[in-house]
Design a protein. Structure first.
Length: 152
């Protein structure tokens, strides 16, 4: 099982020196993605299921932090930033984004319903029904990628 996952990591170019994951974390995630139980992974690694659980939790935390870092970096370079205050109707957000993109000559390749879904999915509990309940920043990169952030 470990030889198989190590071959996969090699094939996809995993480099622990360039990754936020350790080799062990990558192995555990790869095996979990292949529906292997924590107990089976623990047996293969010669460790406890509790240790595998801890490794998996740390790996998932690291992946989440890496995604947040990428989203932050994209937000920094986004030429379009729309500040959406709490209380805004979700249905008003697409037009605000389109207007800001037009002003910066940035093309956004999403319909209004697509934009509302992106905002809703990314904002989580900051969107309640049609209301934005917490301030949001909708960024659009020069390539048209849309990112939604909650300002701290």
């Amino acid at each position: 099982m470990i030889d198989e996952v190590d071959a996969l990591l090699e094939e996809i170019g995993f480099d622990p020196d360039e990754s936020v994951l350790t080799r062990r974390q990558a192995q555990v995630l790869a095996l979990r993605e292949r529906d292997r139980s924590q107990a089976a992974i623990a047996d293969a690694l010669g460790t406890s299921r509790a240790n595998v659980s801890s490794i998996e939790g740390s790996a998932r935390d690291n992946v989440a932090k890496a995604r947040e870092t990428v989203a932050f970096a994209e937000a920094l370079r986004a030429p379009v930033r729309v500040h959406v205050p709490a209380g805004t109707d979700l249905y008003d957000v697409p037009q605000q984004v389109y207007d800001a993109c037009d002003a910066e000559d940035v093309k956004v390749d999403h319909t209004a319903p697509d934009l509302m879904k992106i905002v809703t999915d990314a904002a989580g509990d900051a969107v309640s029904g049609r209301r934005i309940s917490e301030p949001l920043v909708v960024g659009v990169t020069a390539e048209g990628s849309v990112r939604v952030r909650r300002p701290e």
